[in-house]
Design a protein around this ligand. Structure first.
Ligand SMILES: Nc1ncnc2c1ncn2[C@@H]1O[C@H](COP(=O)(O)OP(=O)(O)OP(=O)(O)O)[C@@H](O)[C@H]1O
Ligand SMILES: [Mg+2]
Length: 114
């Protein structure tokens, strides 16, 4: 059996801009299945910005422009039309709890309902 873990996420030539300001520059990396990958760097270097790309949470920020490609297995993350399906596969656990502006019940039920 092949002991090398498969690539789960592949990032090709990723650039991200907030308006004129470039926050991510030419990122190329592979994230393997069944491994823990840590991003380490000084405050403001772009860790959260990068993580938000992996389930399209930067879509919510109007000024963001992204070039390059990110693949989740064979699916293109940055162009897929099925963002709900993507977000069932790529979750994010925040440093601080973030509630949507609705009841606690609706917040808890949101994931299972979708
Ligand atoms: N919504 C935004 N609009 C404009 N610029 C932003 C926005 N979010 C982040 N930035 C800028 O992008 C750069 C990267 O920020 P990011 O939050 O990704 O860094 P980080 O590595 O996660 O930092 P920290 O360790 O403090 O969490 C910073 O210069 C930040 O000011
Ligand atoms: Mg951060």
């Amino acid at each position: 059996m092949d002991s090398e873990n498969r690539t789960k996420i592949r990032v090709n030539d990723l650039d991200l801009y907030y308006g004129e300001k470039q926050a991510l520059k030419d990122i190329n990396m592979e994230i393997k299945e069944n491994e823990v990958t840590a991003l380490i760097g000084p405050s403001g270097c772009g860790k959260s910005t990068f993580l938000r790309c992996l389930n399209r949470m930067n879509d919510l920020i109007d000024s963001v422009k992204i070039n390059g490609k990110i693949y989740l297995e064979d699916e293109e993350i940055l162009t897929t039309n099925d963002v709900i399906n993507l977000r069932t596969r790529v979750g994010m656990v925040f440093q601080k709890a973030n509630l949507f502006p609705m009841s606690i019940y609706d917040n808890v039920a949101y994931g299972p309902k979708n």
